[in-house]
Write a protein that binds this ligand. Structure first.
Ligand SMILES: Cc1cc2nc3c(=O)[nH]c(=O)nc-3n(C[C@H](O)[C@H](O)[C@H](O)COP(=O)(O)OP(=O)(O)OC[C@H]3O[C@@H](n4cnc5c(N)ncnc54)[C@H](O)[C@@H]3O)c2cc1C
Length: 479
């Protein structure tokens, strides 16, 4: 059992909220997927950057490990404490002010606890667009987005969280404040500290604010939903789309028939947009600063071109905002629908786009042969080379027997990903879910460089210990 701390002696400069009642702590201790539940001494909710610094100094002085947390939507168990009960959860949700908006510089400064949807709204109010978009945007925070280097559905056009950020403010594990809030697009003054903290999943310091890059608001967007017989056709369509509309292509999402069937089964109000079923579908979005007419014309032309080359079998273009939402819902409801089919085994993989058809064909064939009771749910951001390669039990398969296959199936899928020079975590990070596997696939030099960074920036291993870096962290010890 950890030594019970006297929270009453917290530095007087901490003016935020401190939760210690077990019933108040509960929502902060279990992750969004309900896969991991930990214990903690308390949850601190700072109101300002100085508050964060005060609580971090207090923890550092006592060797108390800290778990930074935003919206707690992590899909890899990074945002909740372990079972030891030693940690303090540092919830950033009250640090939620938009500090400034500069439309001429196309930037906005947001505090870490701002919801992603709130950042998008503030950008829109200023006549601009913030380009990060994901299904959890009403719950996740910009600090969490940066800490996980989140991707989402608009990465194709605007990049992932790292590319949307020009500067950050960080509280170090010693409780010092680094103000790196520079709203600059060029700044070559030594090592890029910002990039070290982005994607570090709270293991190196606490992000307290960020300068975010804004874009012109598109005048209109056109969305198409098309049917494909095969993945080589999907790649050919992506090729044509890139060539024809170039940087106006704002989304290219892949959906398998298994995924669509599941969404329609669990959401009876949603309709199949086409007259018959096909093995694969793609959602294609074209954005244009001029307006909907131009976007729609470009999308029509590219689909006509693809159809003349026998690449697309059938398709629809949304002609109302209602239809746009209905088509996007078919994609966005996949995870939830899959969850209703029983337990899931999930893989968030990245591959060179050109190798995706071969990868999927060969892995599907092996899985069908070795584990015939598994159903694959394959979908995702094909335009970014990022697939969600998920598995569910076929009807009638025992759920416990299915879950026992997880280590074997993970190893099979991830070995194939590495053989194809891919990545076993495209956008969800490592957290606790993938830390061991990542260490297994990393080269010794990669591992040593990563551990060296951790040792240098968090020598006493008090920032989100046990996440990302594993095994064999050789820094200080937990108290
Ligand atoms: C329905 C759903 C859809 C999703 N879709 C996508 C998607 O399309 N693309 C994608 O990339 N992800 C997706 N995710 C995963 C998740 O939303 C993102 O990882 C998100 O960016 C996490 O933000 P958060 O505020 O919830 O962070 P949390 O879950 O609270 O934390 C995530 C990690 O960041 C650390 N952290 C949080 N805040 C800070 C901070 N201020 N400073 C330092 N470290 C911090 C935590 O310690 C933890 O390791 C999805 C999740 C859900 C539930």
């Amino acid at each position: 059992m950890p030594h019970k701390l006297d929270l009453g002696d917290l530095d007087a400069s901490f003016s935020g909220r401190l939760l210690t009642d077990p019933s108040d702590l509960a929502p902060f201790l279990t992750d969004w997927r309900r896969k991991w539940t930990g214990r903690a001494q308390a949850v601190a909710q700072p109101d300002t950057t100085d508050d964060v610094a005060a609580i971090v100094r207090w923890c550092a002085a006592r060797g108390v490990p800290m778990v930074p947390q935003g919206g707690n939507t992590s899909l890899s168990g990074g945002s909740v404490p372990d079972q030891s009960g030693a940690a303090l959860v540092l919830s950033l949700v009250r640090l939620n002010r938009i500090r400034s908006v500069d439309p001429q510089n196309n930037t906005l400064v947001a505090e870490a606890g701002c919801l992603l949807s709130e950042v998008q709204r503030c950008a829109a109010d200023a006549g601009r667009l913030f380009g990060l978009s994901l299904a959890a945007e009403g719950s996740c925070t910009i600090g969490g987005n940066l800490a996980t280097n989140a991707g989402g559905t608009a990465t194709l056009l605007y990049g992932n969280a790292r590319e949307q950020c020009l500067g950050i403010e960080v509280v170090t594990p010693a409780g010092e404040v680094w103000n790196g809030l520079k709203a600059l697009r060029k700044n070559n003054t030594g090592y890029d500290l910002r990039d070290i903290y982005i994607g570090a999943e709270g293991t190196l310091g606490v992000i307290t604010a960020a300068v975010l890059r804004l874009h012109p608001k598109p005048g209109g967007r056109a969305l198409g939903f098309v049917a494909l017989e095969s993945l080589p056709q999907a790649n050919a369509l992506l090729d044509i789309s890139r060539n024809r509309v170039s940087n106006r292509l704002s989304a290219f999402e892949l959906v398998s028939e298994t995924c669509l069937g599941s969404v329609l089964r669990h959401h009876p109000a949603q309709r199949h947009p086409l007259a018959r079923r096909y093995p694969w579908y793609a959602l294609i979005e074209v954005s244009d600063v001029e307006g909907f007419e131009q976007a729609s014309l470009a999308l029509n032309r590219l689909l006509q071109d693809a159809s003349e080359r026998d690449i697309v079998c059938d398709g629809v273009i949304a002609d109302s905002l209602g239809q746009v939402s209905a088509l996007w819902a078919l994609r966005e409801n996949i995870s939830e629908a899959q969850g209703r089919e029983g337990p899931t085994i999930k893989h968030d993989i990245a591959l060179p786009i050109s190798s995706i058809p071969g990868f999927v064909e060969s892995t599907m064939a092996t899985i069908a042969q070795r584990w015939p009771s598994i159903r694959l749910f394959i979908f995702g951001h094909l335009g970014d080379g990022n697939l969600h390669y998920n598995a569910s039990p076929a009807p009638g398969m025992d759920h416990t027997a299915f879950l026992m296959l997880e280590p074997e199936l993970n190893q099979f899928v991830h070995d194939a990903v590495y053989a194809a020079n891919g990545s076993i975590s495209a956008e969800h990070g490592l957290g606790v879910l993938r830390r061991e596997e990542a260490a297994r696939y990393a080269t010794p030099i990669e591992l040593e460089l990563q551990r060296a960074i951790k040792r240098a920036l968090d020598p006493h291993n008090i920032m989100n210990p046990g996440k990302v870096i594993f095994p064999g962290f050789a820094g200080g010890s937990l108290s």
